[in-house]
Design a protein around this ligand. Sequence first.
Ligand code: ADP
Length: 413
Amino acid sequence: MNILVLNVGSATLKFQVVVTDAERIATDRDERLIRGQIERIGGESIITIRGADGASRRHTAPLRDLRAAVEWLVGFVSSDESGTGLTSRGELHAVGHRVVHGGERFRRSVAIDSGVLHGIEETIELAPLHNPHNLRGIEAARAALGSGVPQVAVFDTAFHHTLPEHAFLYAIPYPLYRRHKVRRYGFHGTSHRSIAHRWRTLTARDRADVRIVTLHLGNGCSACAIRGGESIDTSMGFTPLEGLVMGTRSGDIDAALLDYIAAKEGLTLPQVEALLNNQSGLLGISGLTNDMRDLLAEAHENQDRRATLAIEIFCYRARKYVGAYLAALGGADAIVFAGGIGENSPEIRRRICDGLQWAGVHVDETANDALVDGKEGRFSTEASSLAAWVVPTDEELLIARDTFRVISGIEPT
Ligand code: ADP
């Protein structure tokens, strides 16, 4: 089955076409025909395409809105020029959408019908920045492919539906949860699930034997405590702002700061929230950039004090969360790193693990240094009682597989 995977953001559309079915899932032989992204939708859009051979190409096209972008995309991927081998739109058999927020209602991936659309709409107040784009993506795909092509929603929150009450409730008046659904939802769920699934494949374990801490360290960052293959705690909360230090997000802060910063800086509360989401984290501390590569270069080549500090705070917070989750899990078998930083920076991995020797992690420097550019493997020494791994995340593959499974009525494993 050829599945178009769509991940719609505010002005960007990321896409892949994945060939999958039960046999390919069982043997890990899914195939990627094409992947890429369309940026600057609404103007002269830039389209970056990577074919199955890995070669990258760039196109530009005036795409006035998301509908035009999806229409262009569907036409392109089913054309000769794309190199996918597809010859008509009819060969796109289904669409899988990343949907950020599923609230308490969506606990797994679902086929999209009018009831599901309504449910995603109802969740807009919980995710005003994300769910409206996801809904527009669903409408655009239906317009481009027709209502006969099944569409499936895969929610970023769904993997965390197993959080127990003591992990998802904030210690604030309980009626706020009942009345307004104020609770921790957690995000990056598709990523943590993808990492956990791949790790148990690599280590030949059953789902029930997975007891790990996963660290998704990209521009957004989150940690997840996984026991019996299920998420029992995660660092993002009501929104993706809570938890680890991220590229531009503060992660955990004292809530009393909102009012204090607003008063001192003459800002409204929404402006302070925007400051915590967009001007904080690595960017806020360093005053330079949210890009970890550039911060490492500044710290090493120019001994920039604030770049050094930003990296230190980033690693310290991540290490604290690992410690907390080892306690939440009652011990674990591995810490698993993923995301742009987790998959590519041996230095950051080493600095997070440094200070966790008490927990049994000892870094094998050679193995650690070798794990970059999408490689997967273990980088702790044989003698470590707590292993450290890099397992690149593959959310799109999981979305494609879930799409196939939902349509075919097969339970995910
Ligand atoms: P997103 O969360 O937007 O998907 P990514 O997972 O692509 O982001 O991660 C982006 C982050 O990964 C950036 O901070 C980038 O600097 C960092 N990164 C990528 N390659 C490296 C590297 N070689 N060393 C350190 N950081 C890296």
